[in-house]
Design a protein around this ligand. Sequence first.
Ligand code: GLU
Length: 335
Amino acid sequence: MIWTRLAPSPTGALHLGNARTFLVNWALARQRGWRVLLRIEDLDGPRVKAGADRGAIEDLAWLGLDWDRGPVYQTAEMAPCHEALDRLGRAGLLYACVCTRREIEQAQSAPHEDEEGEQGDGRELRYPGTCRPEPATPLPPSFRPADTDSALRLRIPDEPVRFFDQVRGDHAINVQRSVGDFIVATKAGLPAYQLAVVVDDARQRVMEVVRGDDLLGSTARQMWLYRLLGIEQTPRWWHLPLVLGPDGRRLAKRHGDSRLARYRQLGVPVERVIGLLAWWSGVTDQRSEMTVEQFVTGFDIARLPRGPITFTPEDEAWLSDSRNDRPMMATTAGA
Ligand code: GLU
């Protein structure tokens, strides 16, 4: 049995860009017989918004997606992450870091290699290794980052890691030169995204990871974690080009309100939304209404546009003006 996962972060509402990634992920699963796990990635403490998990679940269900397991919440089961941290710590692969973001910013001297796939607004700083002990030293078994107000970083060798992406092909990324030793546990003592995603994907037997290509660079970090944790089987990666705003930046609030919840509240028929996402995914050559079942039948990963998609004012008009075409639906759905 092959598993994939839909992994929304409850840090905000799902917008059209998220919807497109989830719909393609789900359609691949339904075409290929993968099981779907719904995993709520709620570890990002300060950014998690109350009720955003429920909102994401409602939005996915409104689109017509379903899942075979879940929702499971990352915070509900953190012991496997702590075991992984203990293991890495004992092996001398972790160290405590007390640097602040400001200090790291100030230490950026040489320009660092860009990770492939970063879209500009997601750019990360390179950690220069200020707290890295030489030689490597095992962490004491009782070490808990929260007690010391330090984060834990992973020692990353200065060599490229290679992986194949089903959509974007071969990649070789040197993590040490792009972001340096990265954080695997936060100052609050919580497992960081990179660690949690690897530990959870491995134990939940997720073998197909479909997500936005802003995470291509993270994939290299995750490949290191698989290797250093001794997990032999890594998932297959499918990184989808992102949806951008008219200014070429990743779709976000600054481009207007493209939340699914808003279209739902406006009474926009879901077939319009699916139809737009289908056009963006190479299923049709123009915007036309479509059910989620028709999307699954018509979707072909080979025809997925390889470059980013732009969400235009015409797209917005096609969605929100549709209420005028269908006054009956607008009143009933909005009631
Ligand atoms: N939770 C992440 C997000 O919403 C996805 C992480 C992943 O797919 O690995 O961006």
